[in-house]
Design a protein around this ligand. Structure first.
Ligand SMILES: Cc1cc2nc3c(=O)[nH]c(=O)nc-3n(C[C@H](O)[C@H](O)[C@H](O)COP(=O)(O)O)c2cc1C
Length: 145
């Protein structure tokens, strides 16, 4: 099975979450800046993660999602996460990404989730890297069920 985590990251925080999830699912993590939708050919499991920027997915991730056509992700199992500050006004990226993955034909394995950062440039809040690994494990479990 080919598993890929596609991430965007301005300060490295989301990249570290992506790396932990990639380890958990037995795949690799790749920056959204370096790929196109064609790179997803042959991928069975796709996890997408980015920071919330301005209450929505980061601009580079939005540009990537805009390239996905209906059916592009047919046959691919997928899940999405974001990183966000601890605030009632954080907005949402993971939910929006999930909807885009679904409309491109992906089968969504689990509910979107957000990992908390302590400030704009990070670091991750205590315990969040462990939670990322656990979330990755839960994706593998969902695949098996
Ligand atoms: C331009 C900008 C806008 C941001 N807007 C939000 C926001 O609307 N909601 C939020 O929770 N965090 C916001 N943040 C904080 C990001 O969530 C934080 O920078 C990110 O999680 C860090 O991950 P990274 O190191 O991978 O970039 C913003 C950060 C930047 C730089």
């Amino acid at each position: 099975m080919s598993a890929l985590v596609v991430f965007d990251s301005n300060y490295g925080t989301t990249e570290s979450v992506a790396g932990a999830i990639a380890d958990a699912i037995g795949g690799s993590a790749v920056s959204v800046s370096t790929i196109s939708p064609d790179s997803l050919t042959g991928v069975d499991l796709l996890v997408v993660g980015c920071p919330i920027n301005g209450w929505r997915p980061s601009p580079r991730m939005q540009a990537f999602l805009d390239q996905l056509n209906p059916g592009t992700l047919r046959g691919i199992q997928a899940a999405a996460f974001d990183t966000r500050v601890h605030s009632p006004l954080h907005g949402d990226a993971a939910g929006r990404v999930t909807r885009r993955l679904k409309s491109a034909g992906a089968h969504i394995l689990t509910r979107p989730t957000g990992f908390i950062v302590d400030g704009k440039t990070g670091p991750l809040a205590d315990g969040e890297l462990d939670r990322a690994r656990q979330w990755g494990d839960s994706i593998v479990a969902a695949l098996a069920s």
